[in-house]
Design a protein around this ligand. Structure first.
Ligand code: NDP
Ligand code: OXD
Length: 309
């Protein structure tokens, strides 16, 4: 069995070494143009030239959860695209979102500014019932995040494509229930996959519906930059309709140095690191899935190419 590794924006060598150790029965090599035909590939955002050359791949194993960079390539119809299932990401995402939420809710920015001036000042405590959190996407990451937020006794709403029942959450599903979900939520957390149905979904119309249309909504975008209509955000913040935003993902990454998001006082920027791929756990998971596929057993995390996630 031959496994090829083609990773952009990531050092390839540690993955090759790790996969060799985890799959001693396989030959594992870093891909280069003209390399022999492999049976499986371990990838992150490979170029189309890689797919065109490696025409016999049976499995395409993504080292992340989001497969949007893969699905924009022309893929052979029989190939199975397999996403990473958690592998240490959901706990990080839960930490990140709870941190952003609590920092906003408890007004830590205010207290930090006061402390810098040596001032001992209090704000009136806010009611968590007034800060319902809406989680868009109740998949591997979204459900974990929603449950973590619920532990702090915030009201939590969840929105998914198909109807879901998650204890402690008020669940909404599909386009028909989207407006009701937005209106009932004040802090919006985006954990949707990027597909043709979700691109640009964080736009002026939808963001304006948060908090029953009243000012004071807050956005936490940790899924993909292209979910957000970037030009709509700053006017919503400047008018006060939105109180702030924490953004981990951007249309163009790295975020260009002159992008206004860097310097806006109501925006917190982090560099697409809310849930990092944990190499050892990911290699162990991918090795297990490659073996299962070779034995003809079911494999978790196979992407539905028509649905787009
Ligand atoms: P999953 O595929 O497990 O879950 C996706 C969820 O979104 C499902 O609940 C699905 O509904 C819902 N959904 C999909 N399309 C729609 C739609 N049109 N309308 C309503 N709901 C929809 O994804 P993960 O939880 O694993 O990951 C989510 C995304 O997070 C990834 O695609 C990736 O882009 C991003 N990510 C970001 C990281 C970062 O560091 N910033 C790290 C890892 C991931 P249903 O349940 O009905 O299928
Ligand atoms: C992922 C990511 O999709 O890191 O896993 O964004």
């Amino acid at each position: 069995m031959l496994i090829t590794v083609c990773l952009s924006q990531t050092r390839t060598e540690p993955w090759v070494e790790g996969l060799r150790a985890a799959l001693p029965e396989a030959d594992v090599d870093a891909w280069e143009p003209g390399a022999p035909q492999a049976d499986h590939a371990v990838v992150w955002a490979p170029p189309q030239a890689f797919i065109d050359e490696q025409a016999n791949l049976r499995g395409l194993f993504n080292i992340g959860a989001g497969v949007d960079a893969l699905l924009k390539l022309a893929l052979p119809p029989a190939i199975r695209v397999v996403r990473l299932d958690d592998a240490g990401m959901s706990v990080q995402m839960a930490e990140y979102v709870c941190h952003a939420l609590i920092r906003h809710f408890r007004e830590f920015d205010f207290y930090e500014a006061e402390a810098r001036e040596g001032r001992w000042a209090f704000r009136k405590p806010r009611e968590r019932e007034d800060f319902a959190v809406g989680v868009m996407g109740l998949g591997v990451l979204g459900e974990r995040v929603a449950r973590a937020v619920a532990q702090f006794e915030f009201p939590v709403n969840g929105w998914s494509r198909s109807p879901r029942a998650v204890e402690g959450l008020r669940c909404y599903a599909g386009e028909d229930e989207f407006d009701a979900f937005l209106s009932a939520s004040r802090v919006l957390v985006n954990l949707l996959p990027l597909t043709e149905s979700t691109r640009g979904i964080l736009d002026r119309r939808n963001l304006s519906q948060l908090n029953r249309g009243e000012p004071g909504g807050y956005l936490i975008n940790v899924a993909r930059g292209a979910h957000l209509a970037e030009a709509d955000l700053i006017p919503l913040l400047d008018s006060g309709q939105l109180a702030g935003a924490t953004l981990d993902v951007f249309e163009v990454e790295p975020l260009p140095p002159d992008h206004p998001f860097w310097r806006h006082p109501k925006i917190t920027v982090t560099p697409h690191g809310s849930a990092r791929t944990m190499r050892e756990a990911s290699i162990a998971q991918i090795a297990g899935k490659i073996r299962a596929m070779e034995r003809g057993e079911p494999v978790a995390g196979v992407v539905d190419l028509l649905r787009g996630y």
